[in-house]
Design a protein around this ligand. Structure first.
Ligand code: GRF
Length: 208
């Protein structure tokens, strides 16, 4: 049984998708043992509470350095003997210490088809605004491993979503979440928990 920590910063709809997938059996061999929020008062913490999942708030501004923040994060995750760390709408940047402590064991959901519309500053609605400004007809979401480059780790799964006439950033964000994020994130977690993700250099292959 793989022990999963889910890191959150917002409404927690991706966390909810993971909780639901474990409950309905589409994720096997995985258990969420901790939710870590980047700040108090976010609805993702309410979702953890409603589902009896232990939670902690580790906020970057509680610490006077990135190193101290990273150390606290590593200690929390190691204390819970976590096998997989899932960034689900998590908006803080994890430093080298965390990434080195969990090589190829941190995954992130990005609301675009990497390498499009990704990297520093591309998060939340900014991603969809850039896609609409560019006039792309297809966008989507990507699950990837986290390394020291923002959105730069090996790609695990992607799912395309159609951009429609009249889309606003909000409408497009909702469609990408509903049609892509909430499907490929639980799917990637199930693959990880069943040791089906093979990584070589920056290339991922899936053992079916
Ligand atoms: C959304 O912008 C989503 O696209 C991205 O994180 C944000 C909030 O997600 N992955 P959540 O509802 O907190 O899971």
């Amino acid at each position: 049984m793989k022990r999963i920590a889910v890191l959150v910063s917002g409404g927690g709809t991706n966390l909810q998708a993971i909780i639901d997938a474990i409950q309905n059996g589409s994720i096997t061999n995985g258990k969420i043992v901790k939710v870590i929020a980047s700040k108090q008062g976010i609805f993702a913490l309410q979702r953890a509470k409603e589902n009896g999942i232990a939670a902690a708030v580790i906020s970057r501004k509680q610490f006077d350095s990135v190193e101290a923040y990273d150390r606290a994060m590593v200690e929390e995750l190691q204390k819970d003997r976590v096998d997989l760390i899932v960034l689900a709408g998590f908006l803080s940047i994890l430093g080298e210490q965390v990434i080195r402590a969990f090589p190829n064991r941190i995954i992130n959901i990005h609301p675009a088809l990497i390498p499009s519309f990704c990297g520093p500053g591309f998060y939340g609605l900014h991603v969809h605004k850039a896609a609409l400004e560019k006039g792309v007809k297809i966008t989507g979401a990507t699950v990837h491993f986290v390394n020291e480059i923002v959105d730069g780790g090996a790609i695990i799964l992607q799912k395309a979503v159609e951009v429609q006439e009249g889309d606003t950033s909000e409408i497009l964000q909702k469609r990408v979440m509903e049609q892509a994020e909430w499907h490929i994130l639980p799917q990637a977690i199930d693959l990880f928990c069943n040791d089906q993700i093979l990584i070589n250099e920056n290339q991922v292959s899936i053992k079916r």
